[in-house]
Design a protein around this ligand. Structure first.
Ligand SMILES: NC(=O)c1ccc[n+]([C@@H]2O[C@H](COP(=O)([O-])OP(=O)(O)OC[C@H]3O[C@@H](n4cnc5c(N)ncnc54)[C@H](OP(=O)(O)O)[C@@H]3O)[C@@H](O)[C@H]2O)c1
Length: 205
């Protein structure tokens, strides 16, 4: 089940996925809205009964702005999406996750590094790392694996929000990120990885 707010993009993604014989379904969900999140997991439970893998991926960067120019609305939107959204989705998912399940939270190298002009994004990702570390400790006795994914610059649309001319051809591919997620999920049940940092090779961005 894939989610997002852009219903057209969701329909296109499902059509692409299902060409290969998958049974992907799409569902609208705004991670900032607790009712929308509750609706997602109600539908998921009805259709699939349980959840094996939760990938928390939704995120925004917002425009680059020094703190003195950062508006409260911009700050709130980024924290609401990247941090509160992560909390809302994870909390709603927990009753459906059983022993052997995996949660992968797509953070960023911004979870441990500060980039000037990106205070709200950096703060949201640092907070998301604290949340993820706590979640891992709480879920250890239940046998649920919790992985922090920390990619560096990756070639996706997010760059349009704060650096439209960024040299995306030098960035990590989105396929590489997907492969790292698959690796974390496919580890044997008695094995885990806590953090995956993905950096471009020397010379790249
Ligand atoms: N690209 C990078 O360099 C990079 C590096 C490290 C980490 N990351 C992280 O990777 C994750 C994915 O970002 P991306 O780079 O793939 O950017 P992207 O192409 O802009 O994708 C962001 C995704 O988040 C969804 N989203 C945003 N707000 C949402 C909301 N309120 N509710 C539900 N879905 C929402 C978007 O779907 P809709 O617009 O349809 O809602 C979209 O699918 C983010 O958490 C980002 O911080 C990115």
């Amino acid at each position: 089940m894939i989610t997002g707010r852009d219903e057209r993009a969701l329909a296109e993604a499902v059509a692409r996925l299902n060409k290969n014989g998958n049974i992907a379904v799409a569902r609208y969900c705004d991670v900032c809205n607790s009712e929308s999140v509750a609706g997602l997991f109600l539908a998921l439970k009805k259709q699939f009964k349980r959840l094996d893998i939760l990938l928390n991926n939704a995120g925004i960067a917002g425009p680059a702005s020094p703190i003195e120019k950062l508006s409260l609305d911009e700050w709130r939107e980024i924290i609401d999406t990247n941090l509160t959204g992560l909390f809302l989705v994870t909390k709603a998912a927990l009753p459906l996750l059983k022993r052997g399940a995996t949660i992968v939270n797509n953070l960023s190298i911004s979870a441990k590094t500060a980039f000037p002009g990106m205070a709200a994004y950096n703060a949201s990702k640092h907070g998301a790392l604290g949340f993820t570390d706590t979640l891992r400790e709480e879920l250890k006795p239940k046998g649920i694996r919790v992985v922090s994914l920390m990619p560096g610059a990756t070639d996706t649309e997010i760059w349009e929000q704060f650096w439209p001319d960024a040299p995306r051809e030098r960035m990590i591919s989105r396929e590489s990120i997907a492969e790292a997620v698959a690796m974390a999920v496919c580890l044997p049940e008695n094995t885990s990885v806590t953090e995956i940092v993905i950096a471009p090779t020397a010379g790249a961005l």
